[in-house]
Design a binder for this molecule. Sequence first.
Ligand code: URA
Length: 196
Amino acid sequence: MSQPDLETRIRTCRQCPLVETCRMPVPGQGNFSASILFVGEAPGKQEDEQNAPFVGRSGQLLTSILEELGYLRERDYYITNIVKCRPPNNRDPNGEEIAICSAYLVEQIETMRPSVIVTLGRFSFQFLVPGRGMTESRGRCFRIHAVAGRSLSFAPVVLACYHPAVALYDPKKRGIITDDLSILPSLVQQLSVSDS
Ligand code: URA
């Protein structure tokens, strides 16, 4: 399935009750031909209003960190969430919502075929790399061959990163996120050599 078809399917999804309380599912944004895919948790209020991921306060913080590192959304990465609809009052998505909606993420991964998937926060990380804690994993890379028990047709690397919301009130975390993301250029380059 092409990216536009997949995004249209996501926008018209009616598979779980979250769609009743949000404006519309938010498929993702950026360059689908890039090597890097960022995966967050779920849209918030701003994202729901603008139908774009990571455009609210934590998104602006992430975007500015990435711009400092030379990465532009429209050119260098695609960004989405594990759950595409805004949960009411910004509560955490529950297991059932993740189980249903993550099928779209798996399709996005298979269609885009990124060499690196950066998980933002524990929900996307623990979905892609189950059984590991965030504290011990942050800043580390994990080669994955399957997602939710389903084999992938390629083997991307997952880079575990804190969710940018944690840096809104803790400047030290901003530094940690910047450090963790600063390995991206060499990681992407190394993978493009080893996978070619
Ligand atoms: N937080 C997320 O996890 N995703 C968004 O799109 C915005 C904030």
